[in-house]
Design a protein around this ligand. Structure first.
Ligand SMILES: [Zn+2]
Ligand SMILES: [Zn+2]
Length: 241
C-alpha cells in the first residue's frame, strides 16, 4: 500500500522496518523482539498469577493466603522484563496509542496461545481519573482490552467503572498504603448478576484490581476475573496508576 511506502511498518519495540504480514498474519514485533516477550509460564500462584513454587496442593502464594482477594483469579500474559517495561511506560507517558494497540494485539494472542478460556458478560478496563485521561489522551487499559473483546467475543463495558478520586501514585506506597489510597476511589454502575472481566496493563500487588473487584461484588456482580498484560514484583517500583 502507498501508506506503507511513506510510513513503512515498524516493529513497535525496536522500530526496525520489517514485513508486518507473515503467512497471512499481521505482526507487531520483529523476530528479535518477539524473543524478548516471554510468556508467563507455570509454576504460578493459582490466585494472583505471580510466579510461585508450591510444595502443597493449595498452590496459593503466602500473600494470597493472608489477604482477602475479591477476584476469583488473575492471570498475566507476559513475564515482566526490560523490553515490555520500557514499551508500556513509553507508550503510556508519550501517548503512543499505536504502540498500545500493538501491545493489545500481542496480549490477546498470548492468552489464546496459553489456552485461556475467557468467559464473562463484559470486559471492563481499569479506568483512569478524568484529569489523567485528559493529559494522556487515552486509557491504556481500554486500548489493551479491545483486542481481547474481539478475540474472546465478549462486549466491552468501558464506562461501567469510574475513577472518581485522583489518587497519589501507587508506586510511592507500601501494600497497606496502596489499599488505603484506593478507598472510595472508584464508582460503578448496576452490575447485578454479571460475571465481569477486569483488564489492566500491569499487575503489581493487585490492590487496584482487588479494590475494583470488591466494589463490583458489593454492587451485585457474581464473579470477577482479572487479566493483565504483564506482572511486576513490588520491588520493580512500577507505577500501576
Ligand atoms: Zn524489534
Ligand atoms: Zn498469589
Amino acid at each position: 500500500m502507498f501508506i506503507d511506502w511513506i510510513y513503512p511498518p515498524r516493529c513497535i519495540s525496536c522500530r526496525a522496518i520489517f514485513p508486518p504480514v507473515y503467512k497471512g498474519k499481521k505482526r507487531y514485533l520483529c523476530d528479535d523482539c518477539t524473543s524478548l516477550f516471554v510468556p508467563l509460564s507455570e509454576p504460578l500462584c493459582k490466585k494472583c498469577g505471580h510466579p510461585y513454587v508450591s510444595q502443597v496442593a493449595a498452590q496459593v502464594c503466602p500473600s494470597c493466603k493472608m489477604t482477602s482477594t475479591f477476584f476469583t483469579v488473575h492471570k498475566a500474559a507476559f513475564a515482566y522484563g526490560d523490553t515490555i517495561r520500557e514499551l508500556v511506560l513509553s507508550s503510556k507517558y508519550h501517548s503512543q496509542r499505536q504502540v498500545t494497540e500493538g501491545l493489545g494485539e500481542l496480549f490477546a494472542k498470548a492468552l489464546k496461545t496459553q489456552n485461556v478460556n475467557m468467559t464473562g458478560d463484559c470486559i471492563v478496563p481499569i479506568p483512569l481519573h478524568k484529569s489523567k485521561l485528559r493529559t494522556r489522551g487515552f486509557n491504556q487499559a481500554a486500548i489493551l482490552a479491545k483486542p481481547l473483546a474481539t478475540a474472546f467475543n465478549i462486549p466491552m463495558a468501558e464506562h461501567l467503572l469510574k475513577r472518581i478520586v485522583k489518587t497519589v501514585p501507587q508506586s510511592s506506597l507500601d501494600s497497606v498504603g496502596r489499599e488505603e489510597n484506593l478507598i472510595g476511589a472508584f464508582s460503578c454502575e448496576n452490575v447485578v448478576g454479571k460475571k465481569i472481566i477486569l483488564i489492566d496493563d500491569i499487575f503489581t500487588t493487585g490492590a487496584t484490581m482487588n479494590t475494583c473487584a470488591k466494589l463490583l461484588l458489593e454492587n451485585g456482580a457474581t464473579e470477577i476475573n482479572c487479566y493483565s498484560l504483564t506482572i511486576a514484583l513490588k520491588k520493580d517500583g512500577f507505577d500501576d496508576d
